[in-house]
Design a protein around this ligand. Structure first.
Ligand code: PLP
Length: 355
């Protein structure tokens, strides 16, 4: 764990999420020396610099700094409007499963899950759902929602051609498209392309600097100036206004300036883990499905529940997340080096039920 911050318990291999990454020394330094101001009064210069950088990277005209990805997604829904209408996404979307129902209770949208494959909505059922919704007696279509990389689908990356077709479908029906790009740069690195190429197929997009990019806090919502002005007003409305937020934006700037290219190391570590686990038991992992830094491990073929696997791995100082009865989620990040991968594989071998 050579890259771990000194405060990180060195003996623990924490694969529960890439959100456990600690700020780098460069981030701490930038936070200490950042020019600051009252962001909701005269503006905080470091926040403004981060928002400009985010907009530039995504090829959009404006950006808004928010404390979390969940808030960025919520503000997108509020800013696009369409209260009472339907939001189309795949059933496994983070929005539908892990954002505490804000889609319904705060944004006032009706979830319309669309059959999907590895996080990508099937286009024909999507088109049919939009025309059905547009008919009398159903809520009107409000928003199309894509997620890349896709958390529930094991870090799957949406193909750009698929995103382009979904965006075109939205445009031809007058429906805005939002992309939950919490791990946007993992998707860009995996595609060998740029964030801009992905964001080109979105009217708004949220990405996080607090995950694999190692900043302690923060996400950005990008879009055109009018949409972001709306989102800025809604941020105040839900109590998300911040003051000298440059302290945290400074770390976000370091993340965007210097932490993107190294994400490929995390993808390589995930591949090594997937190959090692598949060697141990081909039912556990499918290396061909691991495109980025998330592995979904299928434990259904074993007599142990996912929770039992997690607790037995924990006894070996390996932390993983049990997700449902028969799935483990492992996420690689900056603190998972080669030695950590080897220790994880050894622990899996030790706890795997013997045939
Ligand atoms: C795909 C996706 N969207 C949104 C979020 C929410 O981000 P946050 O935890 O910063 O609210 C997450 C968090 O893991 C995520 O994986």
């Amino acid at each position: 764990m050579s890259s771990a911050h000194p405060q990180c318990a060195a003996e623990i291999v924490d694969l529960r999420s890439d959100t456990v990454t600690l700020p780098t020394d460069a981030m701490f330094e930038a936070m200490r020396s950042a020019p600051l101001g009252d962001d909701s009064r005269d503006g905080d210069p470091t926040v403004r610099a981060l928002e400009q950088k985010a907009a530039d990277l995504a090829g959009k005209t404006a950006a808004l700094f928010v404390p979390s990805g969940t808030m960025g997604n919520l503000l997108a829904m509020l800013a696009h409007g369409g209260r009472g209408g339907e939001v189309f996404s795949d059933a496994g979307a983070h929005l539908f499963n892990s954002e505490i129902g804000s889609v319904v209770t705060v944004a006032g949208l009706v979830p319309r899950p669309i059959p999907s494959h590895r996080g990508a909505m099937q286009e024909e059922p999507l088109a049919q759902a939009i025309s059905a919704t547009a008919s009398a007696g159903r809520p009107r279509p409000a928003l199309i929602w894509m997620e890349t990389t896709h958390n529930g689908a094991g870090g799957a990356v949406l193909p750009l051609a698929h995103m382009a077709r979904v965006h075109a479908l939205g445009r031809s029906n007058g429906i805005a498209v939002h992309v939950d790009g919490a791990r946007l740069f993992n998707a860009a690195v995996a595609l060998g392309g740029s964030a801009q190429q992905i964001a080109a197929h979105a009217d708004s997009l949220m990405f996080c600097v607090s995950k694999g990019l190692s900043a302690p806090i923060g996400s950005l919502l990008v879009g055109d100036a009018a949409l972001i002005a709306q989102a800025r007003a809604f941020r105040r409305f839900i109590g998300g206004n911040m003051r000298q937020a440059g302290v945290i934006a400074a770390a976000g700037l370091v993340a965007l300036n210097s932490m993107i290219a190294r994400l490929r190391d995390d993808h390589e570590a995930a591949q090594r883990l997937a190959r090692g686990l598949a060697w141990l038991d081909p039912a556990l992992a499918e290396p061909g499905h691991v495109q980025t830094n998330i592995l979904r491990i299928d434990t259904s073929g074993s007599a142990q529940s996912a929770a039992e696997w997690a607790s037995r791995l924990k006894a070996h100082d390996i932390l993983v997340q049990a997700s449902g009865a028969s799935q483990l989620r492992l996420v690689t990040h900056r603190h998972i080096d080669r030695a950590a991968v080897e220790r994880t594989l050894a622990a899996f071998a030790a706890v795997a039920p013997k045939a």
